[in-house]
Structures are given as C-alpha cells and as structure tokens.
Write a protein that binds this ligand. Sequence first.
Ligand code: MLT
Length: 261
Amino acid sequence: MNLVPVDLAYEDHGEGLPVVFLHGFPLNRTIWHPLIPLLKEQARLILPDLRGFGESPVTDGVYSMRLLAEDVLQLLNRLEMERVTLVGHSMGGYVALAFAHAYPNRLASLGLVSSQTEADSPEKRQKRIVNARNVRARGVRVLAKNLPDQLTDDPALASEIKQLILQSDPKAVIGSLQGMAEREDASAWLPAIRVPTLVLAGEQDKIVSVEAPQTFVRFIPRGWLVTVPGAGHMPMLEAPDRVARGVKRLVQYAALVEEHS
Ligand code: MLT
C-alpha cells in the first residue's frame, strides 16, 4: 500500500486552538471560506487542499482514504500541532474517520459534515468506476454537468460549485473515485472514537441521506447530531451560521481536553 505523504497546500486564519477542515469531492478548500469570519476570533482555522485538489500536489494512482489521512498527519507534524479538532465534509469525513482510527491521540474533537460511515454498495462502487472511466475519456466536465444540482438546490451556489469542479484535476478526481470505491466500512470504528463528535447533516441532502447520520451517530459514545433544515449536501455554504455554531462547540470541548491533559 502506498502511504507516502505529500505536503498539502493550506490556508491559516485566526488564533486559538487549531481546527483543520477537510473538503469533500471534487472540491477544494475554498468551500470553507464562509466560516472564516464566523470563527477566526475563536480558533485557528487550517484549510488544506486534499491531495490533487486546489493547490496541493497531484499524484498518480489510488487516493485511498488512509493515504489522504497520512497527508493530514504530515501537515499537523509540519505545523507542530499535537492535537486538533478535525472537521471533514463528505469525502473529507471519510478521511477524518480514517485519521481518527489510525491516530486517535491526535484528536481533541471531531466533526463529520454530510458524511457517512458505511462502505460503498456494489452498485455505488460500479457507478464510481464508470464515472472514473468517463472522466478519463472526456475530462471533469462530465461531473460538472449534473453533480452541482445534486449537491445543492440553490442555483447560485450550484453554479459556483460547478466552477470549482471544473478547476479540479482529472487525475485527482479519478484517484479519489477509486479511493472512495475501495474504502473500508468505518462503522466498526465508531465505538472507539472517544472525543466529542459533532455529526452535522443537511435535511435535504441528495448524496448522503439524512437517515445515515441519524443511525451512525448512536454508535459514537460522545457524538451528537445536528440536522439543518433547508440545507443539502453543502451546509457550510448553505447555512454557514449553523455549521459555525457546531464548530464553536467542538472548540469548547477541545479546550476542556487541553485543560485536563
Ligand atoms: C463528497 O461530497 O465528498 C462525495 O460526494 C462523497 C461521495 O461521493 O461518497
């Protein structure tokens, strides 16, 4: 298994306890921008681009969730951050779960936004393989056509998201599709997550149905669920105040963890 990390590009805003935000597929760190003014007085916000996206290095091959978690670990080490609050959106949530499983001691609290814990069904896996083949043949525009309307019902946001998708590198898109298709089922890891964990879901999410977080949150000992009415798969863009409120609570918990360690 290739587990050679790369140095991720990132933005660094604000001061305080560190919160690292991992974006979803096939996007980049800019999806978190609406949260910066809402949180920068309370925390230090680290926004990396995952491997291959935004300004981070593109590599060949499968982008397994564990490999992407190694990239995050390398970033924390570079920044000399012992423990962080990690917030992952959708695929970023799969990476956050892989990180929580591999490096539990590096977490102070955890946020899973519009994400899920089960592995792909055979049908979903097949769909990703077809998508990867189409992107290889015809470029990322094949995803830019229909995906934005799946991600949000807000037409203005959908057109912004379309631009983000069009900027993404086909190699990163293909590598991530393969990595998600092959990802392990994380459900069995949940009882071992000891840190306070926010599970946040948009009630109108068409990618991850709200029933998934409603079910898996019960297996996280210190997990709680926030559902956001009117939001789809992109609550950080659709309802940034609600997401910021949840993250503030995670930072408060992180402060307690630091106090007692
Ligand atoms: C994402 O938003 O990161 C992806 O839609 C997740 C997925 O396809 O499973």
